[in-house]
Design a binder for this molecule. Structure first.
Ligand SMILES: Cc1ncc(COP(=O)(O)O)c(C=O)c1O
Length: 422
C-alpha cells in the first residue's frame, strides 16, 4: 500500500471520490453509534450484578471495626475497604481514606483544599496565581477541575514513558506558582501509556520550587490490563525519598471494576497528609456510605478477588481494542494516522495529520458516529495542531464497533485527502 504522500494529485482526487461515495453510503445507513466516553459496556455492568444481593442475604454481619455500618461513623471508611485499597495501592491501611463513589470528586476536593486552606501549614494556593502541569493528551475532566478554579494549565507533551520529564522538571523546578501535576500513570487516558520506572522515580524526587507542590496520581486504571502478563507500575511512595512523601496524592475507584459512579473511591497519601485531610473532612461528612463499602468488600474480598473480576472485564475489552487497532493499521500504512496500542485502560489516542482532527470528528458525526470532541484532550479544549482524537471503544458491541471504526477511517481519509489535494 502506497502512502498518500507518494501519490499524484490525480490519484488522490480519484481516491477522494471513492471515499466520498463510501461516506454517502454510511449516511444512508442512518447509524447511531457512540464512542464519546470511556464507560463500561452493558455486559461489563453485569459482571458484578450478584454483588447487589449481599446486603439482603441472611446473617449479614453489619459490624465492621466495632461499629455498625448502618449507622454514622468511620470517617475514613470501613477497615475492610481501607485494607482492600491499601493492598491495591501497595501501601499501609493508615495511608488510605476509603470514601464515597467518585475519585474525581476526591481530586476536586483536594484541589479546593489547596486553593482555600493550603497544605500542611503552607499558605492557601489562591493567594496568588496558581498553575498546574498538564501532560497532553490528557484527561479532559482533570483540565475541567483546573478551569473551575481558574488554575492556569501548562501543557507538556507525553511520550511513550510518560510526560516529557525535561520540561516537567524545568517548569516545576523554576516556578513556585506551579502547584501540581496531573498524572494517569497506568494505561493513561487517552494514550494507554504506562509510566516507566525512571519517570516515576524522577517525578517523585524532582526539585520543585513550590514546597507545597502536589502530584495528583490518578491511578484510575491500575488493575485494568487486558493481558495475562500485567504491566508493572513502580509504586510512587516507594520511589519517593522520605522528604518527598507529602507531595503525592494517589487516587482510584471501583468505578470500572464494579459499577461506574456507584462504587468506592479511595485516596492514598502520607500519614501527615491523611491526618490533615481527615481533619477537614470532619466538617464535611460524618462518614461515607459504609453499606456500599461492606457490599464491595464482601464481594471483592481482596486484590485476588478484584483481579478475578478484572479478568472478566479484560475478556470483554480486549477483542474491542484488538479489532480497532488492527483496523487502524490501514491509516498508519497510508501515512495519515498514528495511534497507540494500549495493553489496558479505556482509550486509544489517534493522531491524524495537522489540522484534520476537528473535521474528522465532524464528518464521523455526520455519518452517525459520535466521537469525543477534538481538542478535549488538551487544556481549554485547545489542541494547537488540531490532530488528536480520543477513541473510546468500550461501549459499542464488537459488530457495531467495526462499523463505527470503518466510518472513522473513512472520515480520516476524506479529511486527509482534501488537505493533501489543497
Ligand atoms: C483518568 C480517570 N480518572 C478518573 C475517572 C473517573 O473516576 P471516578 O468514577 O472514580 O470519579 C475517569 C473516568 O473516565 C478517568 O478516565
Amino acid at each position: 500500500m502506497k502512502k498518500y504522500s507518494e501519490l499524484s494529485k490525480g490519484e488522490l482526487t480519484e481516491l477522494l471520490e471513492q471515499e466520498k461515495k463510501t461516506f454517502q453510503k454510511f449516511k444512508k445507513d442512518k447509524l447511531s453509534l457512540d464512542m464519546t466516553r470511556g464507560k463500561p459496556a452493558k455486559n461489563q455492568l453485569d459482571v458484578c450484578l450478584s454483588m447487589l444481593k449481599i446486603l439482603s442475604a441472611d446473617g449479614v454481619d453489619f459490624v465492621q471495626g466495632g461499629q455498625d455500618v448502618r449507622n454514622y461513623g468511620l470517617l475514613d471508611g470501613t477497615p475492610a475497604a481501607k485494607e482492600l485499597f491499601a493492598e491495591l495501592f501497595d501501601v499501609s491501611p493508615d495511608m488510605v481514606i476509603a470514601a464515597d463513589s467518585s475519585s474525581l470528586q476526591l481530586m476536586y476536593k483536594l484541589v479546593q483544599h489547596g486553593m482555600q486552606f493550603g497544605f500542611l501549614g503552607e499558605r492557601p494556593w489562591n493567594e496568588g496565581k496558581v498553575k498546574f502541569i498538564c501532560p497532553v493528551p490528557g484527561y479532559d475532566r482533570h483540565f475541567g477541575i483546573c478551569k473551575a478554579f481558574g488554575i492556569e494549565m501548562i501543557a507538556v507533551p507525553m511520550d511513550e514513558n510518560g510526560p516529557d520529564l525535561k520540561v516537567v522538571e524545568s517548569l516545576a523546578g523554576s516556578d513556585d506558582r506551579i502547584k501540581g501535576i496531573w498524572c494517569v500513570p497506568k494505561y493513561s487516558n487517552p494514550t494507554g501509556v504506562v509510566y516507566s520506572e525512571k519517570t516515576v522515580e524522577r517525578l517523585a524526587n524532582m526539585k520543585t520550587a513550590a514546597a507545597d507542590f502536589r502530584i495528583f496520581w490518578d491511578n484510575a486504571y491500575m488493575v485494568h490490563g487486558f493481558y495475562e502478563k500485567d504491566d508493572k507500575l513502580k509504586n510512587i511512595f516507594d520511589a519517593a525519598k522520605k522528604e518527598n512523601q507529602n507531595r503525592i496524592f494517589t487516587f482510584a475507584s471501583t468505578s470500572k471494576i464494579t459499577f461506574a459512579g456507584a462504587g468506592i473511591a479511595a485516596l492514598a497519601a502520607s500519614k501527615e497528609n491523611i491526618a490533615e485531610i481527615k481533619s477537614r473532612m470532619t466538617y464535611e461528612t460524618i462518614g461515607p456510605n459504609k453499606l456500599n463499602q461492606l457490599m464491595h468488600t464482601e464481594f471483592l474480598k481482596n486484590k485476588d478477588g478484584v483481579m478475578r473480576v478484572m479478568k472478566k472485564h479484560a475478556e470483554i475489552m480486549r477483542p474491542k481494542f484488538e479489532l480497532l487497532v488492527s483496523m487502524l493499521e490501514e491509516l498508519s500504512e497510508l501515512g495519515v494516522g498514528e495511534f497507540t496500542r494500549p495493553r489496558g485502560g479505556y482509550f486509544i489516542s489517534l493522531n491524524v495529520p495537522d489540522g484534520c482532527a476537528k473535521k474528522t470528528v465532524a464528518l464521523a458525526s455526520e455519518a452517525g458516529v459520535k466521537l469525543t470532541p477534538a481538542g478535549a484532550t488538551f487544556p481549554n479544549g485547545l489542541d494547537d495542531r488540531d490532530k488528536n482524537i480520543r477513541i473510546a471503544p468500550s461501549v459499542p458491541p464488537v459488530a457495531e464497533l467495526e462499523i463505527a471504526t470503518r466510518v472513522l477511517i473513512n472520515a480520516v481519509k476524506i479529511t486527509a485527502l482534501e488537505k493533501l489535494i489543497g
